[in-house]
Design a protein around this ligand. Sequence first.
Ligand code: HEM
Length: 394
Amino acid sequence: MLMSSRVAAFDHWIRTSFVQMNTELENLYFMQEDRAQVIGVGDAVKQALRAEGHVHVVELLAEGNTGDGFDSAFEVLGNVGLYLGALRRHELTNPVREERSPFVEASSLALHVGASLGMAPRFSTAHLATRNKAVAGVRKSFTSLPDEFLFIDENTRGIMSLQRAADALTQIVHLGVSSPVADIQFAVARDALNDVLRFNQRLFDQLDVQRFFYSVRPYYKPYRVGRQEYRGANAGDFSGINEIDLLLGLCQANNPYYAQLLVDKMLFMLPSDQARLRDCMMRVSLLDELLALAPQHSGADWFQRNARSFIEVCDLFGQTAVQHHNALVTRFIEEPARSVVPDHLPGITASGPPLPVLLRALEVLRDLRAAADRADIPTRHADLARLRACLNRG
Ligand code: HEM
């Protein structure tokens, strides 16, 4: 369906002038001795960004729900979200200083569209990743810095690979873990997870730490829409990762910590992802299925084959989680944060909690996914060991 001309005009602005102004501001910040100093720098550009975006927002708000369907509304939600994310990044708003967003029209537009779609009223990962439509090769972004494109592209590749693994595991649920046909799905999941490891490694090798930390990451900070503060987007806001957690059985929806995480991220995902996640929460995991079959059938060929493939997939998934935390989070967040003047530290993470709190939460996820030997959280270490013990040598 064709987008309204106002929707298209806003989209064009977001893909052109908006990107140019953000890039100009980033270069100004970046050449300072203190790269985290944003207030008072590039004020004329900031005001132009604010004013130009405002014109588009007011027109769209007046137009109301254009009835153009999901794609168009999703586009508007992303664009108004990118605009608000940039205003936050340039310190034209800061949830700590305010009780409500100073951008009344942009908030109204985001709330209207977000509520009608069933999503949080802010831009989400899908806007910049799996639903980021390239126009003549150019993806939507905040800036035209090569490091931002590298980040967006590799994130998207990682997300799509995890989705591929999740799709394959979902098919095994329908086949039953004893089915001989599960072999091809285990192979798809294995290959997809190897791809994730490769893309993460590329990010680790190629992304510039300083540019990422000072010029890309700040666009993912929390901001207010209306009265309420919404956490930032992160590459985890898609259902595939949790589908893998739940279907493998490494994380369990009856664990209150994990269930809370799922509830919190629901509205940051596409409605189609929300539905997939809900469905997964009602399934029996492959690990539980295999453990239930083990006492009677562990000697059978099908059991040996499928349990081996299952363990291989679990191990690879654990490796991706360890790599995300020990390589990416450490190199691109934890290490550079150490050199930031304490005044500028709040607001470094996308979700908002202080960095040590966030890091501990991410460690819990890493260890659940890696089935680490920890007594303080419900990992599946012992259960996986039981399953491993069922495998014949050789
Ligand atoms: C430079 C690269 C990356 C860095 C520094 C990074 C860092 C982070 C941080 C700090 C969080 C916590 C959210 C927050 O800030 O509030 C997070 C969450 C998450 N990230 Fe990344 N990330 C990177 C790339 C990726 C990639 C490529 C993927 C995979 C597609 C990914 C998947 C996730 C997931 C799934 C979560 C949600 C928490 C979880 O379920 O584990 N990240 N990331």
